[in-house]
Write a protein that binds this ligand. Structure first.
Ligand code: MTE
Ligand code: CO
Length: 425
């Protein structure tokens, strides 16, 4: 009888060695096959998971990430806000790849906490300058024709702490008020047409059912163009934090307009500018004037790895430099990457789907010589907009705003692989 789990079993050892050789042969060109040379215990020792039965199929009716991924979580910055009901946390961009943000990792921004709504009690009312005011149940909405779309959502305050200089040490904190989700829902134009918007109806005022009763004004052209009433994210129902059971999707435009827990849409002939709301659409300039109606999130990118929370752990040689690029004006056409603080640029490789107003993933496959680097990325969108440097942005807008900072980010990589948020000029 042969014991299949006995490490001393010669045929098994031979098999493992064979497997390791094949693996190393494949990897040799890239990483050098160091593991095999060092009689790696990961190859020579039988591990517990190889010896004992794993958990049965029903151990987790709703699956969770591997316990070894427990560090991949949303994080807040404690001094940023006084209370966690009117607060913000950040997507761990440095731990993710591809373009889709997993539901449990989408950053949260609430003005009055996350409302937990009983879906059968939820109503969406549409009224104001319409021929027929209407009220929909979730059942009604689930009977309308659906669309599927991938869009990024970026809070206008993303990177807002960085206006005056490098501040927060990690792309989770500097750029993590963005997520990208595959939405399923109904086009907003479907219900606007059902209600019959009058020719005098120029603006919509969506309102949330949370305790903040959040309202925003959106021009009717945008409402009729690509806005969505979404009830699913990445295939499953919206998460409570993201507005379950219904949220407004306003592609490419700043996050605060994407009203969560959407319960009412009023159609009017002018925008409703509440005091608080006015500040949301406004960037204060150096001379005291303000830019108003700055809705589109402009072309932007960031290197997510290496970055302060994702240092280089493996020394010199092959290095995957990767990051995200996005634009509220459409798709991303090109991303350039610099290793030397903007003196030389190389064109990065865009890989993965390219959706309108969605995150795009880029890579630069680098052979790192082990010397210090100043990593930068610069995105160009389909309209030809080029991501500005932070100095160009400041020259144009001053430093009084905390909104719409799409300047080029610099990461300093030390010879030991540690990474820091810096600015060079
Ligand atoms: N909708 C309601 N009802 N209440 C809110 O507090 N916050 C807004 C917007 N919609 C908010 C809301 C802001 S400022 C942003 S940036 C986005 O929701 C954040 O969406 P998320 O929490 O899904 O990331
Ligand atoms: Co916001």
């Amino acid at each position: 009888m042969t014991d299949k789990t006995n490490p001393a079993n010669p045929s098994r050892r031979a098999l493992l060695r064979g497997a390791a050789l094949t693996g190393t042969a494949l990897a040799a060109g890239a990483a050098g096959g160091r593991a095999m040379a060092a009689a790696d215990p990961a190859i020579t020792e039988i591990q517990d998971w190889n010896r004992y039965l794993g958990a049965g199929v029903d151990a987790a009716p709703y699956g969770m990430p591997s316990p070894h991924e427990a560090h991949v979580v949303r994080r807040g910055v404690s001094w940023l806000t006084a209370e966690n009901t009117s607060s913000i946390n950040f997507t761990p961009l440095h731990e993710l790849d591809g373009i889709i943000t997993p539901n449990g990792l989408c950053f949260e921004r609430h003005h009055a906490g996350a409302a937990e709504i009983e879906p059968s009690m939820h109503r969406l009312m549409i009224h104001g300058l319409v021929d027929t005011p209407l009220v929909f149940t979730m059942q009604d909405i689930l009977r309308m024709p659906r669309v599927n779309k991938v869009y990024f959502l970026e809070c206008a305050a993303n990177s807002g702490m960085e206006w005056r200089g490098a501040q927060l040490n990690g792309c989770q904190f500097t750029h993590g008020m963005v997520h990208c989700v595959h939405y399923t829902g109904v086009k907003l134009s479907t219900i606007l047409e059902m209600a019959g918007v009058r020719t005098t109806g120029k603006w919509i005022l969506p309102e949330g059912a949370d305790a903040s009763h959040m309202t925003r004004s959106i021009p009717i052209e945008k409402a009729m163009d690509d806005c969505m009433l979404a009830f699913r994210m990445n295939g499953e129902a919206l998460r409570t934090e993201q507005g379950h059971p219904l949220r407004l999707v306003v592609p490419g435009w700043e996050g605060n307009m994407w009203v969560k827990w959407l319960r009412r849409i009023k159609v009017g002939d002018e925008p409703w500018h509440h005091r608080e709301e006015t500040s949301k659409y406004t960037d204060l300039l150096e001379d005291g004037r303000a830019r108003r109606f700055t809705w589109e999130q402009e072309v932007k990118s960031v290197i997510t790895s290496p970055s302060p929370q994702a240092p280089i752990a493996h020394g010199k040689g092959p290095l995957v430099v990767t990051g995200l690029a996005w634009s509220g004006y459409g798709t991303i056409k090109r991303v350039d990457v610099s290793l030397d603080g903007g003196r030389n640029w190389r064109t990065a490789r865009l890989d993965g789907p390219s959706h309108d107003k969605a995150l795009h993933r880029f890579y630069a496959d680098v052979d790192w010589d082990g010397r210090e680097m100043f990593l930068m990325s610069r995105a160009i969108d389909e309209k030809g907009f080029v991501q500005p440097t932070k100095d160009q942005l400041r020259a144009a807008r001053g430093v009084n705003s905390i909104y719409h900072n799409n300047g080029i980010q610099t990461w300093h990589v030390s010879t030991d692989g540690t990474v820091e948020n810096v600015e060079i000029s």
